[in-house]
Design a protein around this ligand. Sequence first.
Ligand code: FES
Length: 137
Amino acid sequence: MTVEWRGKPVWIVNRTPEMIERTEALEVDRLADPDSSVPQQPAYIEGYMRSIKPEIGVLVGICTHLGCSPLFKPEPDAEGVGTTNWPGGFFCPCHGSRFDLAGRVFTNVPAPTNLVVPPYRFDSDEIIVVGEDKETA
Ligand code: FES
């Protein structure tokens, strides 16, 4: 689902165990910043899924190249993503940037950094508050 935060689209992505496995199995040399060294996420976001709960992704849906909105292409080897051995993720049709299901950018694409993870927290198992976290609540 897509919600809006500060005028930007924010994707809430339900990631299945199989999607998480595919993301974990991705060869890190295919990614430009596999460990999220560039601060594109709050400090409390850790791990390869870049989220509080691995099964729930929260990502700003704006390409870090020039701001287009990438397409959700979760299925392996989806068509129209311009590559083979696709593990599922997000594809930006404007200039061909690719991101995995955690929003980590692939190498050799125009986008320089991973997708942004906004501040967020869980109010309950079913309610996510975007724009607030433990520190600001
Ligand atoms: S805006 Fe996404 S690749 Fe250029």
